[in-house]
Design a binder for this molecule. Structure first.
Ligand code: KG4
Ligand code: ZN
Length: 340
């Protein structure tokens, strides 16, 4: 048994609280999704998200403690996401976290949301050894991160425009599949032919590990508009499969190229798009051919959740890296950056 951390995550549209014991034992992980609230707007509305977090946060925290069978007096620290994310959404979790830490007289730990996504892999595989390479693919980020030790990150490549998840969401909205787009496109793609439509793949300059998905997104939208103007019906399953393959091809090729460059033999997947089964399979095949290992968390730990924040906080706890109660939200917080 290790230290018990109450973790809080409210950076976007999930209100989540968890209790994590010793970094990897999840005692509870309550996730209250606001997807149904935002669906009618076709995406997350920041103001609505903040208000919803306010309504939910106390209940979610109490439920996390109850499920863990613990009270505030049993906790050793409170961890909270302080960026990156929507400022109004972050502030709700941050205020709640500070109040809990102050009232219980225990330390506060500030966690970077992306770091949480990366550490979700340690919840699934606690024995991972460095160096590691992680492809972080979410609604806001597409980063290739080289990790030489706890908290030591080097961003080897990142998207220059849209994040992969954002492209999934925008394409799904344009074809009328709904929100959030990733799981809906993945489902539709299972019935389609991924070779049916030739969409562009942006590899950028020779040797670049950066990504670009806005050209692909525009190509899909233009394809749809042209077909509609000609009065043709579009096979949405084929379109979904072809789009998904165009995204995944580039993600896989660049991840394998980064593993070669940094001589890393364990690759991790993180973030909401890491829940995508086609990406997992393709990357697993590619890594397997090189004799490398691919690790990824179960889907529920890929999308936003507080257990991943509790896991990342564990390594800060053992190093005594605590945050002051003046900790503020940092909407553009970078990986490896400490803003307090
Ligand atoms: O990590 P996350 O929950 O929130 C952010 O930090 O952004 O990621 C959400 C993103 C959304 O864009 C969603 O469409 C995408 O992850 N996503 C998926 C899948 N599940 C979620 N994308 C592709 N395939 C999926 N199965
Ligand atoms: Zn996230």
């Amino acid at each position: 048994m290790g230290e018990k951390i109450l973790a809080i995550e409210t950076s976007c549209d999930e209100t989540s609280a968890a209790v994590v014991d010793g970094g990897t034992r999840i005692l509870s992980n309550i996730i209250s999704s606001q997807i149904d609230v935002h669906r009618k707007f076709g995406g997350v509305v920041p103001e609505v998200a903040s208000r919803k977090h306010l309504e939910l946060i106390n209940h979610v925290i109490l439920e996390a403690l109850q499920e863990a069978g613990l009270g505030f007096k049993d906790l050793d620290a409170v961890a909270v996401t302080y960026g990156p994310g929507l400022v109004g959404a972050l502030l709700v979790g941050l205020s709640a976290g500070k109040a809990c830490a102050y009232a219980a007289g225990i330390p506060l730990i500030g966690v970077n949301h992306l770091e949480g996504h990366i550490y979700a892999n340690l919840l699934a595989e606690p024995d991972l050894t460095f160096p590691l390479l992680c492809l972080v693919v979410s609604g806001g980020h597409t980063d290739l991160v080289y990790i030489s030790g706890h908290g030591n990150y080097r961003v080897a490549g990142r998207t220059r425009d849209d994040a992969a998840g954002e492209a999934f969401d925008k394409v799904a909205r344009t074809v009328g599949l709904g929100y959030p787009g990733g799981p809906l496109i993945e489902k539709k793609a299972r019935e389609g032919n991924s070779e049916a439509i030739e969409f562009p793949r942006a590899y950028l300059e020779e040797g670049s590990l950066d990504f670009s998905f806005s050209g692909l997104k525009s190509a899909v939208i233009n394809y749809l508009h042209r077909a509609r103007q000609r009065g043709e019906t579009v096979n949405i399953a084929d379109l979904s499969a072809s789009f998904q393959k165009a995204v995944v091809d580039v993600l896989v090729d660049k991840t394998l190229a980064a593993a070669h460059k940094y001589q890393v033999s364990t690759i991790m997947l993180a973030g909401g798009v890491a829940a995508n089964g086609f990406l997992r399979t393709e990357l697993e095949n590619g890594a397997g051919q090189e004799g490398w290992r691919l690790v990824y968390p179960p889907p529920v730990l890929c999308t936003d959740n507080a257990a991943m924040i509790g896991c990342a906080a564990h390594y800060k706890y053992i190093e005594g890296k605590f945050a002051p109660l003046t900790l503020n939200a940092v909407p553009n917080l970078k990986l490896g950056e400490q803003c307090f």
